[in-house]
Design a protein around this ligand. Structure first.
Ligand code: THG
Length: 272
């Protein structure tokens, strides 16, 4: 499982405060801890007003680079100006590996985000929604993804650089929501075997009790469906254990090496 660490997100209140108050130590610590816990990518969302966002994005990138220079930056914004400023900064550090979160079928994003992905040859998260919203059916989401994969190919992006996010809605308002995500994962994987599949699991349990159990169960199910990347909290030991267990049980962990290594390093199971 490839982990995109979700914690540097200005829409979380503690991070939003840290951005506003320029609390560099807090941000560096979040970056260091997530990378240490196994996140190959770090999501960077400044979560600020459009006028401030480009500057805040660049500030965050500088700090993350200081604290976790090997981590791949995943620039999380819908604002082309913030993405452009962030990409210029991040490319100076690490031009060969960059990610954008995200492209969708919304016309504004196609016009604002796709050219930046092409110019910087980034990896790209592709969402299954468009200007009409999030389709309720698997066929509807697949149609959006099909159109976007086509546009990305036209721009010279390889399928292997795309991380399709089928989107996750809560089961508390629609009991079929989990199934639609799982079936969309399978359908995208069948039609586009080269693309990665990713999602943020925690939306599945909004409004429900025992959220962490639901998130863990959903982790196992999405892995069986074909998910290979998660936007998640790499310090959540239970979620990590569930991901490693699912991979071992599905024959995706040669000699169960990853599971055993994580256990011996005390990343899963009882803490040190
Ligand atoms: N898909 C894509 N991008 C995304 C999401 C997605 N970006 C935002 C979001 N969903 C994923 N990011 C977060 C960030 C923080 C939290 C949830 C999702 C969050 N964190 C808890 C907190 O702040 O207290 C802690 C979580 C924990 O302990 O496990 O709520 O779906 N493409």
């Amino acid at each position: 499982m490839i982990i995109i660490g979700e914690k540097i997100n200005g829409t979380r209140s503690r991070v939003g405060e840290a951005v506003k108050n320029r609390d560099a130590d807090f941000i560096r610590e979040l970056a260091r801890r997530q990378y240490q816990a196994g996140a190959a990518y770090l999501d960077v969302n400044a979560g600020t007003l459009p006028a401030r966002e480009p500057g805040d994005m660049v500030w965050l990138i500088e700090l993350i680079h200081e604290a976790a220079p090997e981590a791949i930056l995943c620039l999380d914004s819908a604002n082309p100006e913030a993405l452009a400023a962030g990409l210029e900064k991040a490319a100076a550090y690490q031009p060969s590996k960059l990610m954008i979160n995200s492209l969708s079928g919304e016309q504004k994003r196609i016009e604002g985000v796709l050219p930046l992905a092409a110019r910087y040859k980034t990896e790209l998260i592709v969402l299954g929604l468009d200007d009409s919203g999030i389709p309720e059916t698997v066929a509807g989401r697949l149609a959006v993804v099909r159109r976007l994969v086509g546009l990305c190919r036209e721009q010279g992006l390889a399928d292997e650089a795309l991380y399709v996010d089928p989107l996750v809605m809560t089961i508390s308002t629609n009991t079929q929501a989990g199934l639609v995500t799982l079936e969309t994962i399978r359908a995208v994987k069948a039609e586009f075997p080269g693309v990665h599949l990713t999602c943020g699991h925690s939306n599945i349990s909004f409004g429900m009790p025992l959220r962490s159990v639901l998130n863990q169960a959903f982790m196992a199910l999405t892995i069986q469906a074909g998910l290979d990347t998660a936007i998640s909290d790499p310090e959540n030991r239970d979620l990590k254990a569930m991901a490693l267990a699912a991979e071992a049980l599905l024959g995706q962990d040669r000699h169960c090496l990853k599971f055993n290594r994580a256990y011996r390093a005390r990343q899963i199971g009882p803490p040190a």
